[in-house]
Design a protein. Structure first.
Length: 473
């Protein structure tokens, strides 16, 4: 049992992880998009990104159910493109999942600062890391059950928020200056819509992380598709609803460029001293906690899988002898995240707040991973038609092709509007591949992992096209 994870998760656990990973995106981060595109421009951007995610998840689910591996995208890309392709996917996923938690931790600190002005948000963020790394180490079933619990509370709180602001809601507030601060669409508004792409992605970022719990799922070929489809529909409805209700509460410009848009939106309706406001601050923390806790689970499994396969130091693949969790991987990601919290001079570039830049770095990793994953789907359809696929991407090849094209458009926009951060991202990749180049012996000595390798050539050549039909439940 040296490097085997324990299978304990059912479909509700996986749904809770999928939604919980993302749900903090409904609480903060997205409002930076209003500063770029205005409310109407950002709504258009968000709908485009939502369409990309719907196409991506329905396509990605084919990979997760066919290759249930803790490495997720790393495993799919390795099988499709070999070690270098797998490493690129793994490092991109790590950048996404390691940089998302410090942004969420800073938002937790900002929410606590609303209630206790004397609390330093950065110290509160570090405290959050210590608490939830410990919870993840204690056991995956406990962690996943907690994740489901806080996710359900977070969804309930978003519904309460919409109900409380509804009496004061005005669509006139939402549409006023809705095109990059203007009442009418212009070329500048079009540019703002592209610049806002990272913050629309934040609405859905990390839902793919549920795939990294695949080795701990019961019957992953059936439970993961159900969790993913239910999760993306849940998040789409919540994202659009929360954004419209917040923008219609008052002057939306006061909510752009802040870490706590929902409490501030509620203040516009109920005032500074309402019990509803205090409830939102406290219960709203559950949304941030759900994502923070879930993404720690995600990054730790990615680090674990890379270490087990020899792409990172073997010591990072250690399993706790009592709790059967990858404790060193959990701690390693936490060290990087805490360093990011205090890296104002390194990450506060381009005139944007620290949190906005951390969000953008995380999005760079996500988009590169999405592109590689969709390319892997197409490649494996050709090279491994015999692979058992219990779920087939609907509308193939059109739906995955749209997801791939949309991700490429997002990447181009990210690079164009965030050139300095793009260089930082490329620097991370260059450093990673330097390590990759000098550690071939480490990979050769790693334990064999059948899921990282294609089937025998003879089996592929003799495979019948009928194997592309999904297995019946």
């Amino acid at each position: 049992m040296g490097q085997q994870l324990k299978k304990t998760l059912g479909v509700w656990h996986l749904w809770g992880i999928a939604v919980g990973l993302v749900i903090s995106g409904e609480y903060f981060g997205w409002s930076y998009g209003w500063a770029q595109a205005g409310t109407l421009g950002f709504l258009v951007t968000s709908l485009f990104v939502a369409a990309m995610y719907m196409a991506f998840i329905f396509s990605y689910t084919e990979l997760t159910s066919a290759i249930p591996h803790a490495g997720g995208p790393f495993a799919y890309a390795t099988r499709a493109f070999g070690p270098a392709g797998g490493f690129l996917a793994g490092i991109a996923t790590l950048i996404e999942f390691v940089f998302a938690p410090p942004a969420i931790a800073l938002a937790i600190g900002a929410y606590l600062n609303v209630q206790f002005p004397d609390i330093n948000p950065k110290y509160a963020a570090v405290g959050a890391y210590l608490v939830f790394m410990t919870l993840n180490i204690v056991g995956v079933q406990i962690a996943a059950t907690f994740e489901l619990f806080v996710t359900l509370i977070a969804i309930g709180e978003l519904l309460v928020f919409m109900g409380v602001v509804a009496p004061g809601f005005s669509m006139a507030n939402f549409v006023q200056g809705g095109w990059s601060g203007n009442d009418h669409f212009s070329v500048a508004a079009f540019g703002g819509m592209f610049a806002a792409i990272p913050f629309a992605i934040w609405f859905f970022l990390a839902i793919e992380g549920a795939a990294m719990a695949a080795e701990e799922a019961k019957d992953p070929k059936r439970t993961i598709p159900r969790a993913y489809i239910g999760g993306i529909v849940t998040l789409l409805v919540l994202a659009v609803s929360v954004m419209i209700f917040a923008g219609g509460a008052g002057d939306w410009r006061k909510l752009a460029n802040i870490n706590d848009p929902l409490p501030q939106a509620m203040k516009m309706i109920v005032g500074d001293n309402s019990g509803w406001l205090h409830m939102l601050v406290w219960i709203g923390m559950f949304g941030l906690v759900a994502s923070f806790h879930g993404i720690i689970l995600g990054y730790s499994r990615q680090i674990f899988a890379l270490g087990r396969a020899g792409y990172l130091p073997k010591s990072l693949a250690a399993i706790h002898p009592r709790f059967r969790t990858p404790h060193r991987a959990i701690l390693a990601g936490g060290v990087v995240g805490i360093a990011a919290i205090f890296s104002d001079n390194l990450i506060t570039i381009g005139g944007q707040p620290l949190t906005a830049n951390i969000v953008t770095l995380s999005v760079f990793g996500a988009i590169v991973m999405y592109i590689i994953s969709m390319a892997s789907l197409f490649k494996l359809r050709v090279t491994e038609p015999q692979l058992e696929r219990t779920f087939l991407a609907p509308g193939y090849p059109v739906v995955p092709a749209f997801a791939l094209l949309a991700a490429c458009i997002c990447l181009a926009a990210l690079v164009y509007y965030n050139q300095l951060l793009a260089l930082v991202f490329v620097g991370f990749l260059a450093a990673a591949f330097t390590y990759f180049f000098f550690t071939s012996r480490q990979r050769a000595a790693a334990p064999s992992d059948a899921m990282l390798h294609s089937a025998k050539v003879g089996a592929t050549e003799n495979a019948s096209p009928e194997r592309l039909e999904p297995k019946q439940a």
